[in-house]
Design a binder for this molecule. Sequence first.
Ligand SMILES: C[S@@+](CC[C@H](N)C(=O)[O-])C[C@H]1O[C@@H](n2cnc3c(N)ncnc32)[C@H](O)[C@@H]1O
Length: 254
Amino acid sequence: MTTDFTFQDRADKKKYVERMFGQIARRYDFFNHFLSVGFDYSWRRRAIQVLRSRFPNSPTSAGGGGRGVDSPAILDIACGTGDLAFESLTQMPGAQITGMDLAQPMLDLFAQKAAEKHLTITIEKGDVEALHYADNSFDGATIGFGTRNFTDLLIAFTEIHRVLKPGGVFVNLELAKPRAFPMKQLYRFYFDSLLPLVGTLFSRHNSAYKYLPDSLRKFPDLEALGEIMTKAGFREVKWETRTAGIVAIHSAIK
Ligand SMILES: C[S@@+](CC[C@H](N)C(=O)[O-])C[C@H]1O[C@@H](n2cnc3c(N)ncnc32)[C@H](O)[C@@H]1O
């Protein structure tokens, strides 16, 4: 029971993605935690640990001086309702966070959550494939579960590379495809059969839950994603997988 989403062109996919996330925004957090059985908290925690570990002065980075980075400027791309940005602030309370996303309703919820937590975060609408920030602006760039929705990964990663300062760190947390039995088979059943069914039963925007497995099927594997980062100009590209290969955390340095 697989659905093939064919978009006419990049603009067509972008329009679909913006509208779809706009429509599911209010239910996004609930479904995120529900469908990942709460694992998403630990994945985001680990992604930000990786970010910190790769800052030049991190106690855990190679040759690190143990000072850590006090107040890095972090761009959270495809920030959605902000959970990855909040995790950055939990681990680095002095960080200056800018969150950007294509879908205004996701940003509105992010702003509401930030206000409830009394956090100051710059939140703005934008497109990763045409970032409106100056070259060399940020110490770090993060993406949580956004990359699969982009229309051109090389353009997106080249833009991220441009706005990072030299030595800046890029961390990308994304769903991956488990390679080993039995998780590989279980995962396929979950995404191709169970998820669209849950979406149909519980969400009015059920095409979103058919788009999700389709976008994952078409997403580059771990090595190919790393190669696109290298092609965009990043060095020291690394990745690790979590939870039997369900998600991958790629990281790289400008
Ligand atoms: C699955 S949500 C992830 C939200 C959040 N980062 C998280 O960890 O929960 C994906 C987000 O990517 C955004 N997005 C998709 N394409 C984008 C683009 N070209 N530029 C900026 N954001 C984009 C969507 O609007 C959506 O809010």
